[in-house]
Design a protein. Structure first.
Length: 275
């Protein structure tokens, strides 16, 4: 904005100087024409003029016309031309600086747009890379989970096979236990269905739209008592499960102990059979 204001001021100065120069030339031409057209008048007698003039109280010094310096005459046209050339040169310099600055600003704007686009592309690439890494991580977690489940299933199958083999070697005395184990495994397979069925039976509908404040308070107390009852039953069942697991471990230890002594005892009756 500063360069544009200076350019405007120089243009105004150049136009003003041109107009002043034209006005001076026109005034000089009019003065010359007036001098040429003026007719010479006859001089009046000096004595009469002196009598008509009032005598001043003090003597007036004579007027001395200005002297034109001798030597080279001053060329005002040349001075005006040089000033015009100087102003034009300065104006051209300001114009060049303005366009150079504008070109520089346009280049900086283009560079800024390029940087913005490059950063946007880099962010998109980083987001794509993170998304791909997250997808790979989820796939690895799912694969690891599936592998662990397969290993656990395989281990359970091997344990069941070992249990069957041990129980079959012990004879018919443990036949009932094998049957119970089979039944328990069948129950374990349908445990989810049984849980859903029990929950559907125990879930009671809440018809509280028509109840008042006292009835709602009684209903809340009833539900609280029911929750306490369920917690008590859960505690009893957990204790019973813990006792059953303890008994099963005791039986496993007895079976292992009997197998160790059976290998070196020779023929004898073990588990209802003769060896």
């Amino acid at each position: 904005m500063g360069g544009e204001e200076r350019c405007g001021a120089l243009l105004g100065r150049l136009l003003g100087r041109g107009q002043c120069r034209e006005a001076e030339e026109e005034a000089a031409e009019e003065d010359g024409e007036a001098l040429d057209s003026a007719a010479p008048e006859e001089p009046e007698p000096v004595a009469e003029r002196e009598e008509e003039r009032p005598k001043p109280s003090r003597p007036v010094p004579p007027l001395i016309p200005p002297k034109i310096p001798e030597g080279e005459r001053v060329d005002f046209d040349d001075i005006h031309r040089k000033r015009m050339e100087k102003d034009l040169l300065e104006l051209q310099t300001l114009i060049d600086v303005h366009f150079e600055q504008r070109k520089k600003e346009e280049e900086e704007l283009i560079a800024l747009k390029d940087r913005i686009e490059r950063r946007r592309a880099e962010r998109a690439e980083q987001q794509r890379f993170r998304t791909e890494k997250e997808r790979e991580r989820q796939a690895k977690l799912a694969e690891e989970k599936m592998r662990k489940e397969e290993e656990e299933a395989k281990k359970r199958a091997e344990d069941d096979a070992k249990k069957k083999k041990v129980l079959s070697n012990m004879g018919a005395h443990f036949g009932g236990y094998l049957v119970k184990a089979e039944q328990k495994r069948g129950k374990r397979q349908t445990g989810r269905e049984m849980k859903q069925r029990i929950l559907s039976e125990r879930r009671k509908p809440l018809n509280i739209d028509h109840m008042g404040e006292d009835q709602l308070r009684d209903k809340a107390q009833e539900l609280s008592d029911w929750i306490h009852q369920l917690e008590s039953e859960k505690f009893d069942l957990m204790a019973k499960l813990k006792q059953q697991r303890y008994e099963i471990n005791v039986l496993y230890n007895r079976i292992s102990h009997a197998q160790k002594f059976r290998k070196g005892a020779g023929k004898g009756r073990v588990g209802g059979r003769w060896k």
